[in-house]
Design a protein around this ligand. Structure first.
Ligand SMILES: [Zn+2]
Length: 204
């Protein structure tokens, strides 16, 4: 007999590895059977207000990206707002995009939700960068990786040698751990393999 069980899925990898595309695929599949989906994002991510988006290369302008798909998303600032939103929407699936932008409170809130709903089909999907450009884990994402029932690690192609890439290279700009400036990410960041990835202190 099928006993329902609340689950946590983590989809993590470097930039340009199709994490959000994978999330979109799961959302579309769930919507076919009319599951209620709630997507949340952080206020740090100021691109594409009110949506999570996937991008693909613009065929008319090489090297630039265009929006390929989008889904409505709610911006969440803190634990209270998170709880109110979940209560109001009562989702079957709660998806969290760019999870690296959130603080520790999200791990506690999600764990509590899974515990409350453990005898149900409730599903949480977190999507995020597992490491910054220095190859340091993002604490919030690392905690979700430990707690997850299922982990999907996506890889990109290395921008330099086309091998599978698990790291994000940051070219120039600041040493900020996260740079969520609108539209520029396609120029500042690259996916790189272990051989081609350079940590900034190596270069200076
Ligand atoms: Zn490479």
């Amino acid at each position: 007999m099928h006993t329902p069980e609340a689950t946590l899925t983590a989809i993590v990898g470097p930039m340009f590895s199709g994490k959000t595309e994978e999330l979109m695929r799961l959302i579309k599949r769930a919507q076919i059977v009319k599951k209620r989906v709630l997507v949340i994002k952080s206020p740090v991510d100021q691109r594409d207000e009110g949506h999570v988006v996937t991008r693909s290369l613009d065929p008319s302008q090489p090297g630039t990206f265009i929006v390929a798909g989008k889904h409505p998303a709610h911006t969440v600032h803190d634990a209270l707002e998170f709880r109110q939103l979940v209560e109001a929407h009562d989702p079957d699936i709660l998806a969290i995009d760019e999870t690296q932008f959130f603080g520790d409170w999200l791990v506690e809130e999600v764990s509590a939700l899974l515990e409350e709903r453990k005898g149900s089909d409730f599903q949480v999907i977190i999507v995020g960068l597992d490491m910054d450009f220095m190859r340091r884990p993002f604490a919030t994402v690392a905690a979700f990786l430990a707690l997850a029932n299922e982990v999907v690690k996506t890889s990109a192609y290395c921008f330099v040698c086309l091998k599978p890439a698990n790291f994000t290279q940051k070219n120039g700009a600041s040493k900020e751990r996260i740079e969520a400036d609108p539209g520029k990410s396609s120029k500042i960041y690259e996916a790189r393999c272990r051989s081609c990835h350079k940590i900034p202190s190596d270069q200076e």
